[in-house]
Design a protein around this ligand. Sequence first.
Ligand code: FES
Length: 121
Amino acid sequence: MPVLHGVQEALGHVPQQAVAQIAQALNLSRAEVHGVLTYYHHFRSEPPKGPVLQVCRAEACRSVGGEQLLSHAQHCGAHCEVEPVYCLGLCAMAPAVMLEGQPYGRMSSAKLDELLDDVGG
Ligand code: FES
């Protein structure tokens, strides 16, 4: 998993061509590496289509509008890759999002639109 995280962090995704190399380096089968990649939704095999926006769907965020925020993100027409996630560690500042690795708390649809405008999403 740390290797896959590292590759995705460096390249934005884990290319299919890297699976064989990772498997060989870790003495695993390609099927085992592929299984991990496809099991965890966090991993992408294709580059993201724009800035990556993670929207928290866990309980603290859900209780203060996280689902509406996710729906807004998915339908606002921004050119970003929206990923639902479960807890960003900002529960006390719910609802929370992470945009290009930067966390933001107490998010609203209006604030999210501003953030997305700033990154060109
Ligand atoms: Fe959303 Fe923890 S529940 S950041």
